[in-house]
Ligand binder design. Structure first.
Ligand code: ZN
Length: 240
């Protein structure tokens, strides 16, 4: 098991760690700041610095077979470090911060657009959510305006944990139909965007988020696509 430092503090850019194992799939550490691909958010890139002065480029991070298992994928052709090796693990912070901003923005989009979310994906500088809504009821300009209003209002964003039983009793918290929240560990991590009159958004999410919506910055709805009779894909991009 790997200690997932990004789960408690998404702003950590680096940490010291020890190699547990390394094989053709990648490198496992005892603790990490690298977020593995999941919940529509891409895995981190970065580097592992060794005491020898050598630097191993990490080109992707993915989940392993076990719970909380994180695989750091090195650049092709790199020599795998031996188990026990001490490393300084460092993510590409600028990229991760953009991913955090866009990921958090999709939570706001979720609050702005009614209807079940059928899918979503964050990429560098862009993000999309698919909604199960009929017809052409979505107004691009109105969604853009409301989204930027929520961004500019500077609402606090914070994680909150509830038990599996509490979540089972409140099924309305689960907005996504395609991504089931991770249950079975006894507790589930919720992400909350708090508003003056209650939650703006509250749903299970294991991703990384910014602390305040103002940090997202101005955004724009790049496109609303028709993806089938009941499926509308909303693509968001940073305005600057
Ligand atoms: Zn999230």
């Amino acid at each position: 098991m790997t200690e997932l430092l990004f789960r408690d503090d998404a702003y950590l850019r680096s940490c010291e760690a020890r190699v547990i194992a390394a094989d053709e799939h990648g490198i496992r550490l005892d603790r990490t700041v690298f977020y593995p691909t999941g919940g529509g958010q891409p895995g981190d890139t970065g580097r592992l610095r060794l005491a020898s002065g050598e630097t191993l480029a990490i080109v992707d991070t993915v989940k392993g077979a076990g719970p909380d298992e994180v695989i750091h994928v090195p650049a092709p052709g790199s020599a795998a470090p031996l188990a026990g090796t001490e490393v300084f693990a460092e993510i590409d912070w600028e990229r991760r911060h953009r991913l955090m901003r866009m990921h958090s923005c999709l939570h706001l989009l979720c609050a702005v657009v009614p209807g079940a979310v059928t899918g979503g994906q964050v990429s560098d500088g862009r993000g999309r959510l698919d909604f199960d809504v009929p017809g052409s009821s979505l107004d691009k300009e109105a969604i853009t305006a409301r989204l930027n209003e929520l961004v500019a209002a500077g609402h606090p964003v914070a994680p909150r944990w509830i038990t599996d039983d509490e979540l089972a009793a409140r099924p309305e918290l689960v907005r996504t139909m395609s991504v089931k929240p991770p249950a079975g560990a006894g507790r589930v991590r919720l992400m909350e965007v708090a508003g003056p009159d209650g939650n703006i958004d509250l749903q299970p999410c294991g991703g990384t988020h910014i602390r305040n919506t103002a940090e997202i910055g101005p955004v724009t709805i790049a496109k609303i696509e028709n993806k089938g009779r009941q499926n509308r894909r909303i693509i968001v991009a940073f305005a600057q």
